[in-house]
Design a protein around this ligand. Sequence first.
Ligand SMILES: NC(=O)c1ccc[n+]([C@@H]2O[C@H](COP(=O)([O-])OP(=O)(O)OC[C@H]3O[C@@H](n4cnc5c(N)ncnc54)[C@H](O)[C@@H]3O)[C@@H](O)[C@H]2O)c1
Ligand SMILES: O=P(O)(O)OC[C@H](O)CO
Length: 347
Amino acid sequence: MTNPKSKIRQARFASEAHPSDTLLCTTEEKTASDGQNLPPNPKSVAILGAGAWGTALANLAAANGHRVGLWSRRGSQPLETILEDADIILSAISMKGVADVVEQIKYAPISPETIFVTATKGLDPQTTCTPSQVWQTAFPDHAVVVLSGPNLSQEIELKLPAATVVASDVTAAAELVQLVFSSHRFRVYTNPDRLGVELGGTLKNVIAIASGVCDGLHLGTNAKAALVTRGLTEMVRIGNIWGAKTGTFYGLSGLGDLLATCNSPLSRNYQVGYQLASGQTLTEILANLSGTAEGVNTCQVLVQIAQQKNIVIPITEQVYRLLQGEVTPRQALDELMLRDMKPEYND
Ligand SMILES: NC(=O)c1ccc[n+]([C@@H]2O[C@H](COP(=O)([O-])OP(=O)(O)OC[C@H]3O[C@@H](n4cnc5c(N)ncnc54)[C@H](O)[C@@H]3O)[C@@H](O)[C@H]2O)c1
Ligand SMILES: O=P(O)(O)OC[C@H](O)CO
């Protein structure tokens, strides 16, 4: 019988989030320090994107004893080498790079059994497609899984407990991904509503920007509660038109992620809003932001969709106008407070 330990190889993580670290961990050290049993059948996981989230996910899978390769466009390892024999290819590329990377690997020799997982929370500005739709279009015969939830990467890197959702219409694929990432500090649920889970994580970024503005203006807890609750109403409205299930938005990937990002200064989207409220320009903020605030781009795509489909999304619209420099934070607040009177529910 093969000793499963012999299957563990050193994972060399060339992290962009931590450029000074060339060797963040070995899978062996991670497994031992976490006190987890090695899996009987370790999987080969290729993670694309060595930013904050890709690195955190790579560490989670490595800690469970899986063979992990982490690819960065700035690293020395060729993409094809990382993809070789991968059971799972997980993309944690920011939205602006997804189409590029898909194009690069479209014709790579990938086993038909390989599962694609996307952890990106954004919308393609050209097509308005979600990342999982982009992956599924390029790889129509492969299972595509979305991984999304209240997952601030810095807390996960500190080994604080968190939960997430893996969603796919291919149940077996979602269950395999669940197994690979689950641990005593990362609880993973499955969900068949791939689109709903993906949109929850994506749409909340715009509300997180608004929440940062709310806190930056010191508007209080009542205002924040109203903003997040009405923000969730907007998310459900957009999601329903897109074909997502309402209930999904009340789960971890919707409400859960709203609670995390709308209340944490660790959220880059929240930071954008907070700094706008402090009088900085968007250009200044983005120039100094560490990592990606997807809500800035998502907001533009949503306004475009809302205009085409006649969807009422007042908070998103005000965030858009604020990002465009058309209104000040105070003017955006007044516009929202002085809208026509209406019943709470008229959908
Ligand atoms: N950081 C988090 O806490 C967190 C948690 C959950 C989900 N996410 C989502 O994960 C995605 C990545 O977030 P992040 O925080 O890791 O961002 P990041 O800015 O730290 O990393 C983005 C990664 O994408 C890569 N990339 C961008 N364009 C590329 C291109 N053209 N070709 C190849 N690679 C390219 C970058 O090199 C980098 O590795 C975002 O969609 C974000 O919303 C982030
Ligand atoms: O830093 P943010 O705002 O991109 O949020 C990160 C994750 O989406 C939190 O779940």
